[in-house]
Design a protein around this ligand. Structure first.
Ligand code: FAD
Length: 353
């Protein structure tokens, strides 16, 4: 086999579908992962925060080609108009059915090996994965390295949970905003614990960073500017809009929504505090960086604009998709980001046939 993908989430499926689309046979690809269903990890998290619509926009699907996307499946002219303006947010159910179709159509199960990979070694002709291979082209798509849980023992917003009569929700980003509204809708009284006022900004990264010109500017910027951009984008935030503000304002008037700076020993705490940040928390990536002396900057692996590890990509390919690929593409942890890495990876694989 020539090609391996490590990780079995949405980024992995996007890459797999893109490789199959450019003509790489299923027998030529090995996917090493922990879940045969590539939606399993995402589905549990999205279900936990009761997400009903995708955050991603029109290109936020897993098919190799951008068009036609999912809007046309809705039989709803409003959805069609929204997709033309790249403002369409598919329902989660529609997205999940689509993912099932991509799995079935591409032959994903034929390539899937239930196995957690612990070691990537650069060898002649490619890379060995736990001694297996060599694989000439490898994409690492291992996802977030774990949940951030500042209150030990508390449930995390991305884990299954219900709402007690009074809940304390730690955090001030998108997951926290979902949880305030979920808990209020369930009839709970909410204490929002936050260190500072939430930042309000659009859900997705600034549009210029999704254009070729904007990305070129980002890629040309210094490492310090790269890191500054990524740090700003990683700050907890949620969008503006009445859908968020009105339920909170009404609950405040009713005395059912309070803000505090400390948990203060409260019962029923939900950590809506996102993920551990940085490649150092992912044992596979930390070991890879240490053993191959890879360049890093703060919590990021330094990558080429096409999401490859420059030092290890020379006739062979080592590329990174998902959150650990943020140096190359600021919105790496989105479906659009998964596709960005997938397309660059497939271009390399298909060029060397
Ligand atoms: C609640 C929630 C909602 C989101 N909604 C959207 C949305 O609507 N639109 C959007 O664009 N983005 C969304 N995102 C962001 C992003 O799309 C998801 O985080 C997505 O799951 C990222 O996919 P991934 O493949 O990088 O990681 P994951 O889905 O986490 O998959 C990684 C997989 O690799 C496995 N793995 C890890 N290490 C190894 C190893 N060493 N060997 C083998 N396997 C390994 C993991 O166990 C896991 O199965 C959302 C994120 C969250 C948390």
């Amino acid at each position: 086999m020539r090609v391996a993908i490590v990780g079995s989430g949405l980024a992995s499926l996007a890459a797999y579908a893109t490789l199959r689309h450019c003509g790489v046979a299923a027998e030529e690809i090995a996917v090493f992962g922990t879940h045969e269903d590539p939606t399993a990890v995402w589905r549990e998290r999205a279900t936990a925060i009761r997400q009903t619509r995708m955050r991603s926009e029109s290109d936020g699907h897993l098919a190799a080609a951008s068009w036609p996307g999912l809007a046309l499946r809705e039989r709803n002219p409003r959805a069609w108009a929204a997709t033309l303006a790249n403002r369409y947010h598919p329902p989660v159910e529609l997205f999940l059915r689509h993912a099932e179709r991509v799995v079935a159509k591409t032959g994903w199960s034929q390539s899937f090996h239930a196995r957690r990979i612990e070691h990537v070694a650069a060898v002649d002709g490619g890379f060995e994965l736990d001694g297996e291979g060599p694989f000439r082209h490898v994409l690492l798509a291992t996802g977030h390295p774990g949940l951030a849980r500042p209150v030990p023992g508390a449930v995390h917003a991305y884990e299954p949970h219900d709402y007690a009569d009074r809940v304390t929700i730690v955090g001030a980003g998108m997951a926290a905003a979902h949880e305030w509204l979920n808990a209020l809708a369930a009839g709970s009284e909410v204490v929002s614990v936050r260190r500072r006022e939430p930042t309000r900004r659009p859900l997705n990264v600034p549009r210029p960073l999704l254009t070729k010109r904007g990305l070129d500017g980002y890629h040309r910027s210094s490492p310090e500017q790269h890191a500054a951009t990524l740090r700003t984008l990683s700050q907890p935030s949620y969008p503006t809009g009445a859908a968020w503000d009105e339920p909170l304002a009404a609950a405040e008037r009713e005395g059912r929504f309070h803000v505090a700076t400390e948990v203060n020993g409260a019962a029923n705490v939900i950590c809506a505090t996102g993920f551990l940040e940085g490649f150092q928390h992912d044992p596979l990536l930390a070991r890879l960086a240490a053993e191959h002396d890879l360049p890093t900057h703060d919590r990021w692996l330094v990558l080429a604009p096409d999401s490859t590890v420059t030092q290890l990509t020379n006739g062979r390919t080592l590329a990174i998709a998902g959150i650990a690929g943020q140096w190359a593409f600021p919105a790496a942890d989105t479906i659009a980001g998964a596709k960005y890495a997938a397309r660059a990876f497939a271009r390399r694989v298909c060029r060397t046939r």
